[in-house]
Design a protein around this ligand. Structure first.
Ligand code: ZN
Length: 458
């Protein structure tokens, strides 16, 4: 072991290694606030060439490597064991280029999401990927998990924002495809092998990101509805009326809305006695006219009976307070231990699904608490259960209740967080034996010694 660490030191120097008490002084991330990192060593390369040498060395030694970004992941895809090497790109955060003509930004993958958003803004563009962990989450992590977030409805997932990338394969081979063009059908598009594969097929080192025009106006409102069936009708109506400029359609069931309203200092945009709430946002290009159009659209929706109550943000402060309500997932901690999910399923199947999963849980824990919210336009629900106890057995009962009914509905056990370790046992709910077989073949071919994030996904 000393040998391997000395060889790593030869590649990255002293400043590129974090060992022993320095390692133990680092937190284990969002999901494990009371733990510290464990690993054989944390290695911090300063260039793609160093990443290549590290992987070549570890591949030769059969040494497992776990790549870590900002540790904001929610499925333990980034957890390392004491005998594993952690690879962190925290020294690779350079902004290499903004190409105004192509509307692209080329960066090293250790850059944080927030720094990328800010750099895009400074350059007069918009980078639409956004999620709660933006301050710590790195682009490398966002790409390896194909992160979703609140604006998928209009701009797609992380995958849709990457034009080109550079990745290092398990044996140290550098695959550089820093493409800047939107249309590129020259054979297999290999970048997708590295996007969403959770660090199991390679390490992404550099990215060419697609930038978007900066929206000139943002209209935001809270809406209340009295029936589930009106949610997709309202979504379609507003999508059509806003000319495709609808950028968020976040739905909250009353149980979640009540919970976030009870956070001290929370905004109170609407009374809490409606069954469904929507946080809607339209990003437009005409600040003068957009506000009137937005108001007219909501007035028409009200007249058609699609919604029963609405309040529009009148200032940037009100807009932010509305989003803070939606994003207040921390409020769930007040319920004690909770089990959280990010399932995907067709909108029409949601009411029946939610009723079915609740039956076995209610039967066992009549006092159970539940919160449901999510990105309805993307077919993505977040569900949280608190039953007053935790532990492996409890989690298994709740996991089974929530995941298994997805199979018959063509649903996904992970709409946006990934599989990692947490959902490994349920991959087959959403993927056929043939699909998992091909995934395994790809893994074996691209990483024959199984050194890249071993044991994650399957
Ligand atoms: Zn989400």
């Amino acid at each position: 072991m000393a040998d391997l660490i000395e060889q790593l030191r030869g590649i990255v120097g002293d400043k590129g290694l974090v060992l022993n008490e320095d390692l133990a002084g680092r937190g284990a991330g969002y999901r494990h606030p009371d733990k510290t990192l464990v690993a054989k060593v944390l290695v911090r390369p300063g260039s793609t060439e160093e990443v290549s040498q590290i992987l070549k060395l570890c591949n030769g030694a059969g040494q497992p490597v776990v790549s870590q970004g900002g540790l904001t992941g929610l499925v333990d895809g980034n957890i390392a064991a004491p005998d594993e090497v952690i690879l962190s790109l925290e020294r690779m955060r350079e902004f290499e280029e903004i190409d105004h003509a192509s509307a692209t930004m080329t960066i090293q993958a250790g850059a944080t999401l927030q720094s990328v958003q800010e750099a895009a803004d400074d350059a007069g563009f918009f980078f639409p990927l956004d999620l709660g962990g933006r301050g710590s989450a790195t682009l490398g992590g966002n790409i390896s998990t194909n992160a979703g977030g609140n604006r998928v409805l209009r701009y797609g997932m992380a995958r849709d924002m990457v034009l080109g990338l550079e990745a290092v394969q398990a044996d140290g081979t550098v695959l550089s495809s820093l493409n800047k063009i939107i249309k590129d059908n020259a054979g297999y598009n290999l970048k997708h092998m590295f996007i969403g594969s959770e660090g199991t097929l390679g390490v992404v080192t550099r990215l060419v990101l697609r930038l978007r025009p900066k929206p000139a106006s943002q209209q935001t409102a809270y809406l209340a509805l009295d029936e589930f069936d009106k949610l997709p009708q309202l979504l379609n109506f507003c999508n059509s009326r806003s000319g495709g400029c609808l950028s968020a359609f976040e739905v909250m069931w009353r149980d979640y809305f009540e919970l976030v309203l009870s956070t001290p200092g929370a905004a109170q945009p609407l009374p809490a006695d409606y069954p469904f709430y929507v946080l809607m946002e339209v990003m437009g290009g005409d600040p003068e006219a957009d506000a009137d159009r937005f108001q007219d659209m909501l007035a028409d929706a009200l007249e058609k009976g699609l919604l029963v109550d609405a309040v529009i943000a009148k200032s940037e402060g009100e807009r932010q307070a509305m989003w803070a309500l939606r994003d207040d997932v921390e409020s769930l901690r007040r319920w004690g231990p909770t089990v959280g999910f990010d399932v995907g399923l067709p909108i029409a199947a949601m009411p029946d699904y939610l009723e079915e999963i609740d039956q076995p849980i209610l039967a066992r824990w009549p006092e159970r608490r539940r919160a449901v919210f999510g990105h309805l336009g993307d077919g993505n629900l977040h569900i949280a259960y608190a039953v007053g106890e935790n532990g492996a057995d409890t989690k298994k009962i709740i996991d089974d209740a929530v995941y298994l009914p997805l199979a018959s509905r063509g649903g996904s056990v992970s709409a946006e967080h990934g599989i990692g370790l947490s959902k490994r046992d349920y991959l087959e709910v959403s993927r056929s034996a043939a699909e998992i077989g091909l995934m395994r073949q790809l893994k074996t071919m691209m990483d024959p010694n199984n050194i890249l994030n071993p044991g994650k996904i399957f």
